[in-house]
Design a protein around this ligand. Structure first.
Ligand SMILES: C[S@@+](CC[C@H](N)C(=O)[O-])C[C@H]1O[C@@H](n2cnc3c(N)ncnc32)[C@H](O)[C@@H]1O
Length: 330
């Protein structure tokens, strides 16, 4: 939906007002230093009950799996979901659609993308090293994207999923889940801001990196470094798929005075933080990391809570960014 000029001005005014008082520098430093501890506490309290499963994932990001990168297959997936009534307004219905989605997707599967180049060139074994297609979810939390992805990729031999988070509590929730299959998935603790900490796979080995509501938790001064580092992990042709909070989302405007860290960056009552992006910022960050923009859109919606009789304006940014170049064939 479009905002009227009046709505835009009201939102700007609210953000300006709740940014008037900034958090003290010593406290700001503590939130940064102890960021993983605050998220750990969050998962100790909420376990895997806070975020909903990202059932829209394969509609918005068919590129997660190899065949979703082809237009023909993307159309087939969308049409099939629409015909079976699983897709309304381009979003999956909130029912148990994942198994049905996976059966639609498996019909499109083409197992021709075998790529053992990385293993051969590095001579090293690593988890998922013998897979032909590798996905990484950064900041995976309790697995709200991980489990829908695992449900789909179990029909796709050769696809391997890595997932990491700096909150060890979250990673434990994933590792101890009965659906985790170590031959298809590797979960590990990793701070994406820590350049010195290695990944369990070499640079240039990933087809897809998912960033779902995670960059907003990172200090704005560190976001560029994070994206530069992630771009190095992609194969040529690989993609970063991004979805996160947009500027003036209802959750930004709800912050009370005294929670603002810096412009458009806030701390919640539990010590976790959130930044609110514009499309231009996202374009600049991913282009500066050497990636080509395939999609960068503003998703504005009016959410109606009939029980509470309130309407709220949600704003998200969604983007797809690709590393240029072709894989050389051996
Ligand atoms: C809002 S949650 C989103 C979780 C998940 N992506 C989802 O969509 O449900 C943000 C997640 O990012 C993780 N995170 C924040 N900063 C991180 C960092 N520097 N390195 C790794 N994970 C981080 C947090 O622990 C948390 O699990």
């Amino acid at each position: 939906m479009q905002w009227s000029q009046e709505e835009e001005e009201t939102a700007k005014g609210k953000a300006a007002e709740n940014s008037l008082i900034r958090v003290q520098p010593e406290l700001q430093a503590k939130y940064e230093r102890e960021a993983s501890r605050y998220w750990n506490e969050f998962y100790k309290i909420h376990k895997n009950h806070f975020f909903k499963d990202r059932k829209w994932l394969f509609v918005e990001f068919p590129e997660i799996i190899p065949e979703g990168k082809s237009d023909r297959c993307r159309k087939a997936i969308t049409e099939n979901l629409r015909c079976t009534g699983l897709l309304e307004d381009n979003h999956l219905c909130e029912d148990n659609s994942a198994p049905k989605v996976s059966s639609v997707l498996s019909a499109c599967y083409d197992n021709s993308a075998a790529d053992e180049q990385i293993v051969k060139s590095t001579g090293k074994q690593f988890p998922g090293g013998d897979s032909s297609y590798r996905i990484l979810e950064v900041g995976c939390g309790a697995g709200n994207s991980v489990f829908p992805i695992l449900e789909v990729i179990r029909h796709h031999p050769g696809v391997f999923l890595y997932c990491c988070d700096f909150a060890s509590e979250a990673v434990e929730l994933i590792k101890s889940h009965p659906l985790i299959d170590s031959s298809r998935c590797f979960a590990f603790v990793h701070d994406v801001c820590d350049d010195a900490s290695p990944y369990p796979f070499p640079d240039g080995s990933l087809d897809v990196i998912l960033l779902i509501f995670v960059l907003s938790s990172v200090h704005p001064d560190r976001i560029q470094g994070v994206v530069n580092g992630l771009a190095r992990l992609l194969k040529p042709g690989g993609m970063i798929l991004f979805r996160d909070y947009g500027r003036y989302d209802a959750s930004q405007l709800r912050f009370k005075k005294g929670r603002c860290l810096s412009e458009n960056f806030y701390v919640r009552g539990d010590g976790t933080r959130a930044y609110f992006f514009t499309k231009d910022e996202i374009h600049s960050i991913f282009s500066s990391a050497g990636l080509t923009e395939v999609q960068n859109l503003l998703d504005r919606r009016l959410q109606v809570n009939r029980k509470k009789k309130v309407k709220i304006h949600r704003v998200w940014i969604q983007g797809k960014f690709q590393k240029q170049g072709e894989l050389t064939q051996e």
